[in-house]
Design a protein around this ligand. Structure first.
Ligand code: ZN
Ligand code: ZN
Length: 357
């Protein structure tokens, strides 16, 4: 384009811009809706559409070429911590204890965070059917110490459990994705203790700043509420003392795309610990859009630039077709072929604890 034509285009754009301004409503009304706010519910802006319906689920669950095997014969492969720690006597600067599935207890200086607490025997709307815990809770619910903050990734039954929230009650602050506050209030939690955030919004109290970050998933607890509440991963910036901070990322449930995790890595150049799902990936035709496999989990680890990661969302409930111990084995392979340092991306036994330096 020559210089004269470029000038004309610029003037035209300027005039149209002025016209738009002079006839428009205030600028905040003009702000576009975020791309994940769809017309009929929240959407995943990247990656394949998650269009699986109840018929696909039935096919996957009962008629797939990769059937839900009966894994009860593999129960002895579940790794459970041989010795449990006294949770009330933790002294390291930052400790992480895996209670199974996506439930971690993070603790520093007596401040405790619980992620997606499932303290129940089943991940189900009904107490006596649905996926049952394959190994018992490592600690009795009554043995858990007082919890200050609870983060929730989304409303699926294996991440948001009424029994667990009723047990925790009005003691913690709850940090949740958009649309979930009402559920907590209906359960009897004070509205002032529930902090509902959109992606990239944050809430801070005490030593921790919580930011909702994107991930690729979906939501729903019944037949008619699909994607009506948001799903999120979470970044915690945790001041351990006046001159030391740790950055911890909790991945929730997610499929892989090559945009969102890179965005998170750009925004937080140092991630000290990442909790990344590695299970519930088979069969791929059904699961891929919303659940990463261990290889993709390693990609997320690299995309966000995690210094140290722990695999979660495996070995606790039978939700998918892969054998119980396969996520751990495939993670070991993916770590080796991804040229990660030994110990950079690990799994813990249920009830296992690590100190993060
Ligand atoms: Zn889910
Ligand atoms: Zn899940």
């Amino acid at each position: 384009m020559n210089a004269v034509r470029r000038g004309v285009v610029r003037i035209t754009l300027f005039v149209f811009g002025l016209m738009a301004c002079s006839t428009s409503t205030p600028t905040d009304v003009l702000k576009p809706e975020p791309e994940h706010h769809g017309e009929g519910g929240y959407v995943n802006p990247y990656g394949p559409p998650n269009d699986k319906n109840v018929f696909d689920f039935i096919k996957m669950r009962w008629f797939s070429s990769e059937p839900f095997a009966d894994h009860t014969e593999e129960l002895d492969q579940i790794q459970v911590a041989e010795q449990l720690v006294d949770l009330s006597a933790v002294s390291a600067p930052l400790t992480v204890t895996w209670l199974g599935h996506s439930t971690f207890l993070l603790e520093s200086n007596g401040v405790r965070v619980l992620t997606d607490p499932i303290l129940s025997q089943r991940a189900s709307p009904i107490g006596f059917v649905g996926p049952e815990r394959l190994a018992p809770m490592p600690y009795a619910v009554e043995e858990l110490p007082a919890i200050d903050y609870v983060i929730i990734s989304h409303n699926h039954y294996d991440h948001l459990d009424a029994f667990s929230i009723e047990h925790l009650g009005n003691q913690p602050q709850y940090i949740v994705p958009l649309g979930l506050k009402e559920w907590f209030v209906d359960l009897g939690i004070d509205a002032a203790r529930v902090h509902e955030l959109d992606w990239w919004q944050h809430w801070a109290e005490g030593p921790i700043r919580f930011t909702a970050t994107p991930c690729q998933h979906w939501s729903g607890r019944g037949l008619f509420d699909r994607n009506q509440t948001l799903w999120a991963s979470w970044m915690l910036e945790w001041s351990l003392n006046s001159n030391s901070k740790r950055t911890i990322w909790f991945g929730g449930d997610t499929g892989y795309n090559n945009v969102q995790f890179k965005q998170i890595g750009e925004k937080w150049p140092q991630v000290d610990l990442a909790l990344i799902p590695i299970g519930a990936y088979a069969p791929r035709w059904f699961m891929q859009a919303s659940h990463v496999n261990p290889e993709e989990a390693v990609q997320i680890h690299n995309d966000i630039g995690s210094r140290f990661s722990i695999g979660m969302h495996w070995s606790t409930f039978q939700l998918s077709a892969e054998p119980l111990d396969e996520p751990r084995q495939k993670l070991v392979e993916a770590v080796a072929s991804g040229a990660l340092e030994q110990g950079e991306f690990i799994t813990l036994p249920i009830g296992g604890q690590v100190e993060v330096d």
